[in-house]
Ligand binder design. Structure first.
Ligand code: HEC
Ligand code: HEC
Ligand code: HEC
Ligand code: HEC
Ligand code: HEC
Length: 364
């Protein structure tokens, strides 16, 4: 039921271009507070220390030509990161070689969203007053119209204006997320990174669940994504093997600053022995050496676990009955080799190892 009754009419509220995220808090408190923890909220130089550290090294910095705004502070205020209105006013995505481009709705009060069963509807707020104007019966949101007909919201394409790819000034692609992951209605960027969680989407019309707006990723709620990575163990005649399956439609991690590691420990007779650590990276650079992204002209090394790949890692250690194998798959958000160069030594919370998945096997 889209009909609701409010005693005190929410009448004089209007949506304008200057609206910020805190305006939405009133009627979407749960989504608002989740959003505060997301990297989207913190995408500006003011709030993202890693982004600021990289920007500080950028040759365009002294000229004050902040080139990152298009994706990191799309509201063009340099202070505020991505906001509620950024995504909910995207009408279309244009494809370009350097980066894609979001086309934003300019008509005030018009927001886009997705909801099952509403795919062909636009809900314009309207109210009927009765009881001497005291009781107002309303349909939709008193604050904005909602257009459910934008197909980009049903597949994850809405994410691809910013997440698809980025070329540097030398025409080299610095990072990339395959469009294939944003084509299916059943499994896409939104279903994995914004899963349905408990709690009402609005405080006005109660719903059991809403789409998670903390945007599960490397720096927030990674545990929500652990189920999309499978770790398997197999004993061989000599030694054993571990298989890491990446069920995501993109490389396990996509940003060139990241490092993924698989750490394996053998427990035998109460003693622990650390076996080899496998490291997965995509390093970009020039002259076969790593470099800052704006200088890069080539991929120097790429053993990152690819989209939908099952990577098998062999160990020569022979196992005995009763042995226990502990496997940890995790990552560094900032490559430890770049921490000092970026002046991030003091930011332990941003530079320490994060566990994505923990597995445990025992030899019978
Ligand atoms: C005065 C209350 C109010 C304010 C303020 C408000 N909304 Fe809403 N919003 C609602 C209500 C009520 C609905 C549910 C309408 C329905 O289901 O018919 C809604 C629905 C939505 C939806 C679509 C939900 C769906 O069913 O898929 C989106 C997206 C949304 N709001 C975004 C925003 C954003 C972004 C802001 C801030 C710019 C905002 N809202 C501010 C009341 C509000
Ligand atoms: C306006 C551009 C823009 C749009 C649209 C956008 N993103 Fe992002 N997203 C970013 C930027 C920029 C960052 C990195 C912010 C930072 O680290 O400073 C980011 C970060 C993320 C992260 C966190 C990654 C990590 O390393 O933890 C996830 C997950 C994510 N986005 C998913 C999505 C999904 C899903 C959508 C579509 C519903 C989407 N994004 C739409 C720009 C965008
Ligand atoms: C085309 C959109 C786009 C542009 C332009 C862009 N970025 Fe990003 N940036 C992203 C996205 C999306 C992410 C999230 C990580 C990912 O997708 O791999 C991100 C993440 C980052 C991160 C990782 C942040 C973290 O907290 O771990 C850094 C650092 C970064 N960007 C620096 C920059 C700098 C510096 C510029 C400008 C010179 C820039 N970006 C321009 C889209 C963009
Ligand atoms: C990075 C893009 C992005 C940002 C930023 C964003 N949203 Fe959303 N939002 C979406 C997408 C995509 C959906 C559709 C999810 C689905 O398929 O159910 C959605 C769904 C919603 C809904 C519909 C109900 C539901 O199932 O959750 C509401 C309400 C909403 N958003 C409000 C907000 C508010 C308020 C903010 C800011 C605090 C915000 N959104 C920020 C992308 C975004
Ligand atoms: C089947 C689930 C699944 C789908 C679909 C999916 N992802 Fe992911 N995504 C993951 C997993 C798993 C990770 C890695 C775990 C982590 O970030 O902690 C990840 C990581 C990311 C990151 C962080 C990368 C980094 O280096 O910081 C971003 C950004 C991201 N995904 C964006 C997207 C976008 C955009 C789409 C749609 C094209 C998408 N994802 C589709 C599961 C998925």
């Amino acid at each position: 039921m889209r009909l609701l009754i409010s005693l005190i009419a929410l009448l004089s509220i209007q949506l304008s271009a200057t609206d910020n995220t805190s305006t939405c808090k009133r009627c979407h408190p749960t989504i608002y507070s989740e959003f505060q923890t997301s990297l989207h909220k913190k995408s500006s130089i003011k709030e993202d220390k890693i982004h600021a550290a990289v920007w500080n090294k950028h040759p365009a910095k002294p000229k004050g030509n902040y080139k990152c705004a298009k994706c990191h502070t799309p509201n063009n205020t340099a202070h505020e990161g991505i906001s509620c209105l950024t995504c909910h006013t995207i009408t279309a995505i244009e494809h370009h070689p350097k980066t894609n481009k979001n086309i934003y709705e300019t008509k005030p009060k018009t927001l886009y969203s997705a909801e099952k069963g509403m795919e062909d509807k636009k809900i314009v707020y309207h109210e009927e007053r009765s009881w001497f104007g005291l009781v107002t019966k309303t349909t939709g949101s008193p604050y904005h119209d909602i257009d459910y007909r934008n197909k980009n919201f049903y597949t994850g394409k809405v994410c691809m204006g910013c997440h698809s790819h980025k070329q540097n000034g030398k025409g080299f692609t610095v990072c990339q997320t395959d469009m294939k992951g944003a084509k299916s209605q059943e499994s896409n960027c939104i279903t994995c990174h914004m899963p349905k969680v408990k709690g009402s989407a609005t405080s006005i019309r109660q719903s059991k669940t809403h789409a998670f707006h903390g945007f599960a990723g490397v720096s927030n709620s990674a545990e929500m994504l652990a189920k999309y990575v499978n770790i398997d163990f197999k004993k061989a005649s000599k030694g054993f093997s571990i298989t890491v399956e990446n069920k995501a439609p993109h490389a396990l991690l996509t940003h060139p600053l990241r490092v993924v590691q698989l750490k394996t420990t053998l427990k035998r007779d109460g003693k622990k022995e650390a076996l080899k650590t496998e490291t997965f990276v995509k390093v970009i650079g020039t002259n076969n050496k790593p470099s800052m992204p704006w200088l890069a002209t080539q991929v120097v090394k790429d053993n990152m676990i690819k989209a939908k790949e099952k990577r098998v890692i062999s160990f020569e250690k022979e196992l005995q009955r009763g042995d226990e194998i502990e496997i940890i798959l995790g990552y560094y958000i900032v490559n430890p080799k770049a921490v000092k160069k970026l002046g991030l030594e003091k930011e332990k919370g941003l530079t320490s190892f994060t566990v994505l998945k923990h597995s445990y096997f025992k030899i019978p």
